[in-house]
Design a protein around this ligand. Structure first.
Ligand code: HEM
Length: 472
């Protein structure tokens, strides 16, 4: 009867007047779930070619309307009455982090977070991050000899940015190098399996690995242990106060901490990998960025204007930032596309917006969108390029790596500052090169579309040595 019920649900759905094109896929109930899971970008590109900028697909029993007209994202998302972000966010928190936050108020939580990442605090945490990066580069990767040292670029970048970010936001007097390494190693175990946790497709042996990493991280992030050494007004402190106000027990507090650890640390490391990888495989880009950064008088100051670096970072994020914005449709809602066409979203369905496909990879907005061009976000006069067009129409956004509306990343200024300093320090303090000068960028792990910055399916072998030894 279960199968029959599934078949019935699947067959019952028909397209109503004004609704977007409906594509149920060939497999009852599952619909397009497998294609979505294996490579959401490829699948949605195909759907867009077949149906246009809005369509509804069946994915594992859910009907999901996908909207890919980036000029109307903000207007649609502004209707928070009809489109609620909470149910899907809670579903993921539960599946990935086994976390329930009763009395959780996402609006006041977002205000707290936004305040934390604003001045005067922003400057303080940016400086703290620089000091931590400096400390780690000195203690972890600078060696006593002038020999080349080999590594893989992805773990090289992720380790440094994770550890520095952890010290900045979660650091306490109790941190030592061994704990820091353990937190990173466990975090990576968990991070590798996170997509399968979200989709509930973990085989039993991997479920065991995920649970053990999770439990160890809960211990390592234990609030009672941490709060003693935590700095007053740190991210950690303010968050723990908030959790106590919600009335959460210690166990739930630990789970919430892991969630925050992931939200704040999962993107910067992979972004640094793509940025350095693109620079190493595009010598003209590396030359331009190096020249600009070396020419800075006060590299540590926020006031420094770095249009070339910004353009190369924007271009990196355009190609690799792939978060999905998901809403539950609470009431039937009419959506107006920029063409003037109107479509009805059906109550009970999900709405899904994927900025990675549009505007970021839209060939009508970006010429050769799959190619890295470090100066794509630069005007001829060297200023930042903000105007992008599609069929003569000016686009609201040429890039949307930080999300939009209530999904806008509150940590974006902090992240840009951290990435700039990371690249600056690596380029000025080290000789860094590819082991194989002809190596190409690895392809992306296509299962991770929808989960922030993509991960590579392979890696790049690098070698590096401190600059100062060569000048002696
Ligand atoms: C949320 C992107 C780095 C803190 C988000 C979201 C995006 C994003 C797209 C919205 C996700 C959603 O609401 O579904 C990025 C990118 C980064 C980056 C591309 C780096 C290149 C950081 C860093 C921090 C941070 C370094 C903090 C230290 C946050 C927080 C949220 C968020 C607190 C809110 C999550 C929530 O509302 O539940 N980020 N982020 N992000 N990000 Fe970032």
């Amino acid at each position: 009867t279960g199968l029959l019920a599934m078949f019935y649900i699947y067959m019952r759905r028909t397209r109503r007047r004004n609704e977007p094109p409906l594509d149920r896929g060939r497999i009852p109930w599952l619909g397009h779930a497998l294609e979505f899971k294996n490579d959401a970008a490829q699948f949605l590109t195909r759907m867009k070619q077949n149906h246009g900028d809005i369509f509804t697909v069946c994915v594992a029993g859910n009907y999901v309307t996908v909207l890919l007209d980036s000029n109307c994202y903000d207007a649609v998302l502004a209707d928070t009455h009809s489109l609620d972000l909470t149910p899907y966010a809670q579903l993921l928190m539960e599946r990935i982090f086994s976390l329930h936050l009763p009395n959780h108020d996402p609006v006041s939580e977002k205000k707290r977070v936004a305040l934390y990442f604003k001045e005067p605090n922003l400057s303080q945490i940016c400086i703290s991050m620089q000091k931590n990066l400096h400390f780690l580069m000195t203690s972890e990767i600078t060696q006593e000899t002038a020999e080349w040292k080999k590594d893989k670029l992805f773990s090289f970048c992720y380790t440094l940015l994770f550890k520095a970010g952890y010290l900045t936001l979660f650091g306490t007097a109790n941190n030592n190098s061994a704990t820091l390494t353990e937190v990173y190693e466990e975090f990576r175990q968990f991070d590798k399996l996170l997509v399968k946790l979200a989709r509930q497709t973990l085989p039993r042996d991997e479920r065991r690995i995920a649970s053990s990493a999770q439990e160890r991280l809960w211990e390592l992030l234990c609030p009672a242990y941490l709060i003693k050494g935590a700095e007053a007004q740190s991210w950690l402190q303010t968050y723990l106060v908030q959790l106590e106000q919600l009335g959460l027990d210690t166990n739930m507090q630990q789970r919430a901490m892991l969630f925050q650890l992931w939200v704040t640390q999962c993107n910067a490391g992979p972004a640094a990998f793509w940025m350095l990888g693109f620079l190493l495989t595009h010598p003209e880009a590396l030359r331009a960025v190096r020249e600009e950064l070396q020419g800075l008088k006060h590299p540590l100051s926020k006031r420094e204007n770095t249009p070339v670096f910004n353009s190369a970072l924007n271009e990196t994020l355009r190609l690799t930032a792939a978060a999905l914005i998901v809403r539950e449709v609470m009431y039937d809602k009419m959506v107006r596309l920029s063409s003037g066409q109107e479509h009805l979203l059906r109550r009970g369905d999900r709405l899904c917006i994927f900025p990675f496909l549009s505007p970021q990879m839209d060939p009508q907005i970006h010429h050769e969108p799959e190619v890295f061009k470090f100066d794509r976000f630069l005007n001829a006069d060297g200023t930042e390029k903000q105007d992008f067009f599609k069929e003569g129409l000016r686009m609201r956004y040429g890039n949307m790596p930080w999300g939009t509306g209530s999904n806008l990343c509150p940590g974006r200024h902090f992240a840009v500052s951290a990435l700039k300093h990371f690249v600056f320090m690596i380029l000025t303090r080290f000789h860094l090169e590819l082991c194989d000068g002809n190596a190409n960028m690895p392809v992306v792990d296509t299962s991770r579309y929808g989960f922030g910055i993509l991960h590579p399916a392979g890696d790049l072998e690098i070698r590096f040595k401190p600059r100062e030894f060569t000048t002696r």
